[in-house]
Design a protein. Sequence first.
Length: 86
Amino acid sequence: MFGLGVPELVIILVIALIIFGPKKLPEVGKALGKSIREFKESADGIKKDIETGVGLDEKSKEDLKSAISVDDKPKEKPPADVKASS
């Protein structure tokens, strides 16, 4: 749905080539790759910090999943024709 095809990539490459020139384009690509790698590493670090801060290790995750799956059973409703006596 939001993927880039070959024609779109060619247009982006031509525009980048016009803007930055053939000498600067490898440097820009290298800087972009480094930025993406650093972003992924920091996102993984934040995820690990959150998991350790909350205290969810693998065993805790499995215990939580099993507790949730046990509580998913539907509750029985009383029959509608039963009247309360007073």
